[in-house]
Write a new protein. Structure first.
Length: 58
């Protein structure tokens, strides 16, 4: 008996920009903890560099 190959088609009534926005929101929410950690690390690194520059110029 021959098996039939399944063929799925999805209809997306949204524009490409809207669909990209939805996907971006989902990915940001999924990686929110990583994003917050990266921002904290970057901010503390920047603050540390500013302190070093101030101590050298003083």
């Amino acid at each position: 008996m021959k098996t039939q190959k399944l063929n799925f088609r999805f209809h997306n009534p949204n524009t490409a920009e809207a669909a990209a926005g939805y996907i971006l929101d989902i990915l940001i929410e999924a990686n929110k903890a990583k994003l917050e950690q990266a921002v904290q690390t970057a901010a503390s690194s920047f603050e540390q560099q500013i302190r070093i520059q101030k101590s050298r110029s003083a």
